[in-house]
Design a protein around this ligand. Structure first.
Ligand SMILES: Nc1nc2c(c(=O)[nH]1)N[C@H]1C(S)=C(S)[C@@H](COP(=O)(O)OP(=O)(O)OC[C@H]3O[C@@H](n4cnc5c(=O)[nH]c(N)nc54)[C@H](O)[C@@H]3O)O[C@H]1N2
Ligand SMILES: Nc1nc2c(c(=O)[nH]1)N[C@H]1C(S)=C(S)[C@@H](COP(=O)(O)OP(=O)(O)OC[C@H]3O[C@@H](n4cnc5c(=O)[nH]c(N)nc54)[C@H](O)[C@@H]3O)O[C@H]1N2
Ligand code: SF4
Ligand SMILES: [Mo]
Length: 703
């Protein structure tokens, strides 16, 4: 074949930053493969990257602005769209005050260079306190733990997977998710490498997951109880004098406070509640502490639960008291080429928590945003500061946040809504105007967020593959146009200009790192393994780690109360606990319009253990009604003993049955939304993060 060209870029769909080698001819993709020369991912790829071509060619994807009218969606010009959006937002703010405009930013915001750099000034120009993001249905607990312990919300310790001898994985399934808050392309291979060098890894999860299947040991745990397990592990370590200060000695406050607290949580005491036998807890604690190097990693499953904040704090504590912190093979801080954390030395912006509270439910602010679980309250509850207009940016909260149906109802009542998005989907269907951007292969990219969270310091820039069509705009151009109309000021920068500046003023400026270097190195630039960085890297006032921050100590009182309530849980009305799961060929809510990713067996099913199925007399594939205190959905069951007894699982991101959406392939395979069952009142009361793993349900045969 003639004229076949090769393009190298990084996949921006998940956090793993896989290098891609794309062969193409004019505007057609010939092949998408893992880039073996990529200095970080070394050829790893998953099926989602191949679907980037489906996204590029998707006929349902919007390319020009559309406006909702009585006759349906009508195309309008960019200028008219920008003018109308800016004027509506301004009018509403003038009439009701700045807080009458709410904003929601979804997950792809952090997977897009232009959005990261230009979204923030636009949002700031609105001067509203009513800001929301997907953070509070995801990783908020990690940020609060980092802010309180290390002084900066983005200073998240990253497991040094490539050098550790023992990895304890709690509530994460990286064999499928490819890792989160821990960028490690080819995660499974890295786990297997631990075993090959004589080490081991252990998985703790209510489901015998794809990661658990390749682990050296797997332990089932009852959902939502991980804080108790972590406290018991810490208890054993202190009781057996396995704690070790070593190199951390000069950098820590609060050691004895933790030691005293942990006395209350013996394995004997928590065993029944968490469903793990006493001896197993003890052995695990001892193996962890005695390993040459070890690291505990806890992700979504321990974050989106009732004590998510406390869990993430205790995971850090476990790593620290065993000396596995700021040390090769333990949990370490990164030093990326564009150092979002280090910028705080100049700006002083280290993140904030609880400076003020939300209007209706009095939930704590985090870095200028409120927990999204209360967004519907703020739209539906009348009074000063009520949200009357929404700006939804690359997010689908109707499917992704608790009680999504209620949020849909709230969106319906708004005076105005604009979505910056590429589809007419479950959320954007309520917008008055949709401003669609380029995406994926049409954009240039640099992972500002995920280089910061990677298990190795590297740097890589991805140029545009396919130039946009005349009438298309990049996300950052959309933000700039709106920013100009709202502030009267023009932002002359481009993502590349800003990136070049940040590289040249970053920690590797002596290495001559710049846009030029990155363009000359299409497979990326290696900046080396993670290095110890205490105490300099800390942002606490005394340059010490606070092992026992007051807010977490206070939260333990709540845990203690709950511990007794758990023993008397209502098993009668809602006998089962509902958790989520992810699939290799699915990406949150928005990749279901790809044929490549949706063909084959239906995946939106209810996993149930055969013992629970027998009790209810239900057969495989049979449809059942699942009911929570919030609502009911109908879904086919998949009887499977990978899920523990008493627990059922439904993947999130499905429910494309709304008739006004325009995603033909997704609509054919609609599924149902787990978040029509989850309760917006169920949150981690400390951080405000959604508590998905605490959802109680009952199941009935469909008559
Ligand atoms: N029950 C339950 N709920 C969950 C989870 C769970 O495990 N269980 N997981 C949670 C997690 S971890 C997350 S991160 C959230 C995700 O929640 P959200 O971020 O709210 O949802 P997404 O499905 O990521 O939706 C992304 C949106 O961005 C649009 N989009 C994609 N690419 C682009 C682009 O380049 N530009 C623009 N402008 N738009 C784009 C898509 O069309 C889609 O509308 O869901 C959360 N919800
Ligand atoms: N293929 C694919 N990859 C993805 C995504 C996707 O949608 N599809 N989404 C991306 C996003 S936005 C994120 S944030 C990451 C998330 O990446 P991960 O953190 O790996 O998230 P999950 O795969 O949902 O795994 C969470 C695990 O926690 C378990 N769990 C649930 N409740 C509890 C509990 O109470 N205790 C314990 N110990 N475990 C529990 C679940 O059974 C599940 O195995 O994945 C990213 N990667
Ligand atoms: S693992 Fe993530 S980054 Fe890698 S190819 Fe798949 S979606 Fe893309
Ligand atoms: Mo996420």
């Amino acid at each position: 074949m003639e004229n076949i060209k090769t393009h190298y870029r990084t996949c921006n769909l998940c956090e793993a930053m896989c290098g891609l080698e794309i062969k193409y001819q004019k505007n057609e993709i010939v092949s998408i493969k893992g880039d073996k020369k990529d200095i970080f991912s070394k050829g790893h790829i998953c099926p989602k990257a191949v679907a980037l071509q489906d996204l590029y060619h998707d006929k349902d994807r919007l390319k020009t602005p559309v406006k909702r009218t009585d006759k349906g969606w009508e195309k309008i010009s960019w200028n008219d769209a920008f003018d109308e959006v800016a004027s509506k937002l301004k009018t509403i703010q003038k009439k009701y005050g700045n807080n009458a405009v709410g904003t929601y930013r979804g997950n792809p915001n952090v997977h897009n260079l232009g959005m990261m750099l230009f979204g923030t000034p636009f949002i700031q120009s609105l001067q509203t306190q009513q800001k929301y993001t997907a953070t509070s249905v995801d990783q908020l607990p990690h940020h609060i733990a980092s802010l309180k312990m290390f002084g900066h919300h983005m200073l998240i310790p990253i497991p040094d997977i490539d050098h550790t001898d023992f990895m304890l994985i709690i509530g994460a399934n990286p064999a499928i998710s490819n890792g989160s808050l821990m960028t490690a392309p080819g995660f499974t291979n890295r786990l297997k490498a631990i075993q090959k060098r004589g080490g081991e890894f252990v998985v703790i999860d209510p489901r015998y997951t794809e990661t658990a299947k390749i682990a050296n040991q797997y332990l089932t745990i009852k959902p939502g109880k991980d804080a108790l397990l972590l406290l018991a592990l810490i208890h054993v370590i202190f009781e057996k004098n396995l704690d070790t200060k070593k190199h951390l000695e000069p950098h820590i406050n609060g050691w004895n406070t933790i030691k005293n607290i942990a006395k209350d949580y013996s394995p004997e005491k928590v065993s029944t509640s968490i469903g793990i036998n006493t001896e197993k807890i003890k052995t695990l604690a001892i193996s962890f502490a005695n390993a040459k190097t070890a690291v505990c990693y806890g992700r979504l499953g321990v974050s989106t639960q009732e004590f998510g904040g406390t869990c993430q704090w205790l995971i850090n504590v476990l790593n620290i008291i065993t000396g596995n912190f700021d040390k090769k093979g333990g949990a370490m801080f990164t030093l990326p080429a564009v150092d979002l954390v280090g910028m705080a030395v100049k700006t002083g912006k280290t993140g904030s928590f609880d400076r003020y509270k939300s209007r209706v439910k009095k939930l704590p602010e985090y870095s200028g945003e409120f927990p999204v679980a209360t967004l519907a309250d703020e739209i539906l509850t009348k009074g000063d500061g009520q949200i009357k207009a929404m700006v939804a940016i690359a997010g689908n909260p109707v499917l992704s946040t608790p009680n999504g149906k209620q949020l849909a109802k709230a969106f319906e009542q708004l005076e105005f809504m604009v979505a910056i998005d590429i589809y007419i989907n479950e959320t954007t269907q309520y917008a008055d105007i949709i401003l669609p951007s380029t995406t994926g292969l049409e954009t240039s990219h640099y992972d500002l967020a995920f280089h910061q969270l990677a298990v190795r310091n590297t740097s890589k820039y991805s140029p545009i593959l396919f130039e946009k069509e005349n009438d298309q705009k990049h996300d950052w151009e959309i933000f700039n146009a709106l920013f100009k109309r709202i502030t009267g000021k023009e932002n002359q920068a481009t993502p590349e200009i800003m990136l070049d500046f940040m590289l040249k003023s970053g920690p590797y400026k002596e290495n001559d790192l710049s846009m030029k270097t990155l363009i000359e190195n299409p497979h990326g630039v290696d900046l080396g393994a993670l290095q110890p960085s205490l105490p300099n890297r800390l942002f606490t006032k005394d340059k010490k780690i606070d092992l026992a921050p007051t807010i977490f100590l206070e939260d333990l009182k709540r845990l203690k109360k709950q511990f007794y309530l758990w023993a008397n849980e209502d098993k009668l009305n809602f006998p089962l606990t509902l958790i989520g799961r992810r699939h290799l060929r699915s990406n949150n809510s928005w990749m279901h319009n790809s044929i490549r990713l949706t063909k084959g067996n239906k995946r939106c099913t209810l996993l149930i253990n055969h013992k629970d199925a027998e009790k209810l007399n239900i057969k495989n594939q049979q449809k059942v009604t699942v009911t929570s205190n919030i609502g009911s959905i109908v879904i086919p069951v998949e009887i499977n003993d990978e899920i523990m007894q008493g627990v059922v699982s439904i993947p999130h991101g499905w429910g494309h049955h709304y008739k006004n959406i325009k995603m033909e392939i997704a609509q054919k395979n609609a599924g149902v939304s787990i978040n029509d069952l989850t309760d917006a009142n169920r949150i981690d009361k400390l951080t405000g993060n959604a508590d998905f793993s605490g959802t109680k349900v009952k199941i009935e045969r469909l008559s």
